[in-house]
Design a binder for this molecule. Structure first.
Ligand code: TRH
Length: 368
C-alpha cells in the first residue's frame, strides 16, 4: 500500500536538515510510490542541493511548499505526519492530533547517532499527558534495532560503475579537476573549528602531493590565513606539495560522485557523513559541535562501531580537537592505502541491512 506523508522541516543551521528531508522525501516517492508534501521554511536550500521535485518523484509525487505563517497549517490530510528534527507542528495542526486519531500517524524523525541508547529509544510511542496525542520516535541508526540509514536503491552499483570509469574522468575534467597518479585527492567539507590551517601546513610540508577540493563557503578563514586570499571557484592555490582548489557547491548527486572519486573525504554533520560511508573510501568525520561535548561522545560511539585501526580513531579525534592532530595526521597519511579495505568493509556491512526508507515504510504500515 502506498501512503501520503507530510514532512515538516525547519532549518536549524547549514544544509543537513534540508538535505536529509529532501533525500527522505525523494526516496519515499521514487521507490515506495508515496505522495509527499514537504513543508520547509527555507525551500531555496533545496534548489542549492539540486532538488527537482517535479522530475525526481518517480512513481510517487512530491510537493514542496514554503512554511510561511503557521496559520495555514491547520490540519494534516495525509496518512503520516513527520516532524523532522524537532520541527513543532503549529498550534492548530497540533490540536488536530489530540486524542490520537487513526490518521495521521505522528512521527518524530530524529538526528542520527551511533550511540547505544538509540536502540532502546527507536520506535517508542509517547502519549501526551495534556490531550492524548501520540508521537512515535524514529531514530536513524547503524544496526537492525534502529531506523537505519538513508541509502537509495542501486546506489552501490552506480558507485562501482562510476569509480575508475571514463565517465568519471570526463566528469572530473568538466569540474576542472585533473587526476594525476602522483597526487592524492581530498575533499574538504568541515566546520570552522577543524584544524584546517594546521592541516594545510602539514600537507605543504609533504611527503606526498595532495590536491584538496574545497566547496564554496568552506574554510574561508583558513584559506585566507594560509594563502592570503580566498580563492574564486575554479582557482587553484599552491604551496609546495599542496594544491587547494575551490569548487562550486554541487548538487547532492554530484557531491556523491565527488566522494566516489577522492582518496580521502573530510565530511561533517549528518548527511555528508553517511554519504562518505557509502563511498567505501577513507573519510574523517567532524560531528556538529555541541557545547556540552556531546559531539565527542557521538564521535567515540561511532568509532567504537567502525572498529577500524587505531590510526583512524586518532585522526578523527584529532580533527575534532580531541587528540594530537599533527601526529595523528602523519600516521594516518602514511597508512592511508592500507586503511582503505577497512572503510570498504564497513560500507559493505551496512549495505547488508535494510535502508531507512524501507524500514520507515514498514514502521508506518504496522502502526496505521
Ligand atoms: O550542512 P551540515 O553541517 O548540516 C548539519 C547537520 O545536519 C547536523 O546534524 C545538524 O545538527 C546541523 O546541520 C544543524 O552537514 P550535512 O549534514 O553533511 O549536510 C550537508 C548537505 O549538503 C548534505 O546533504 C550534502 C550536501 N552537499 C551538497 O549537496 N553539495 C556539496 O557540494 C556539499 C559540500 C554538500
Amino acid at each position: 500500500m502506498t501512503l501520503a506523508a507530510r514532512i515538516l522541516c525547519r532549518v536549524v543551521d547549514n544544509f543537513g536538515d534540508a538535505g536529509v528531508c529532501w533525500r527522505f522525501a525523494r526516496q519515499l516517492a521514487r521507490e515506495h510510490g508515496w505522495r509527499i508534501r514537504l513543508t520547509i521554511d527555507r525551500p531555496e536550500l533545496l534548489e542549492r542541493l539540486g532538488a527537482r521535485p517535479a522530475v525526481d518523484a518517480g512513481r510517487g509525487a512530491i510537493r514542496v511548499e514554503r512554511w510561511t505563517a503557521d496559520a495555514y497549517l491547520q490540519q494534516c490530510d495525509e496518512d503520516v505526519l513527520v516532524s523532522a528534527f524537532g520541527a513543532e507542528a503549529p498550534p492548530a495542526l497540533r490540536a488536530a492530533l489530540a486524542g490520537a486519531p487513526p490518521r495521521p500517524l505522528w512521527v518524530q524523525l530524529e538526528y542520527l547517532s551511533a550511540e547505544q541508547w538509540v536502540r532502546s529509544h527507536h520506535g517508542l510511542r509517547s502519549p501526551k499527558p495534556g490531550d492524548g496525542a501520540v508521537e512515535h520516535f524514529y531514530y536513524p541508526g547503524f544496526d537492525p534495532c534502529t531506523g537505519g540509514l538513508l541509502r537509495e536503491a542501486g546506489l552501490f552499483a552506480q558507485r562501482d560503475a562510476f569509480a575508475g570509469s571514463r565517465e568519471q574522468r570526463s566528469w572530473l575534467a568538466a569540474l576542472g579537476v585533473p587526476l594525476a597518479a602522483d597526487e592524492r585527492l581530498a575533499t574538504l567539507f568541515c566546520y570552522p573549528q577543524a584544524p584546517i590551517a594546521s592541516w594545510f601546513r602539514l600537507l605543504a610540508a609533504g611527503p606526498r602531493r595532495w590536491r584538496v577540493l574545497v566547496p564554496e563557503g568552506v574554510g574561508d578563514d583558513a584559506l585566507d590565513a594560509h594563502f592570503g586570499a580566498v580563492p574564486a571557484v575554479g582557482q587553484v592555490l599552491r604551496d609546495s606539495m599542496l594544491a587547494v582548489q575551490r569548487i562550486p557547491f554541487l548538487p547532492q548527486d554530484d557531491y556523491d560522485r565527488l566522494l566516489w572519486s577522492a582518496d580521502l573525504n573530510l565530511v561533517r554533520g549528518e548527511d555528508s557523513w553517511v554519504r562518505a560511508q557509502w563511498a567505501a573510501r577513507p573519510f574523517l568525520w567532524q560531528p556538529y559541535r555541541q557545547e556540552d561535548g556531546a559531539h565527542l561522545r557521538k564521535l567515540r560511539a561511532f568509532l567504537h562501531r567502525l572498529d577500524a585501526p587505531g590510526e583512524v580513531d586518532d585522526a578523527m579525534l584529532g580533527w575534532s580537537g580531541d587528540a594530537d592532530w599533527p601526529a595523528a595526521w602523519r600516521v594516518f597519511d602514511e597508512h592511508l592505502d592500507a586503511l582503505r579495505p577497512a572503510f570498504a568493509r564497513w560500507s559493505a556491512t551496512l549495505e547488508a541491512q535494510q535502508d531507512l526508507c524501507t524500514r520507515f515504510a514498514a514502521f508506518c504500515l504496522e502502526r496505521l
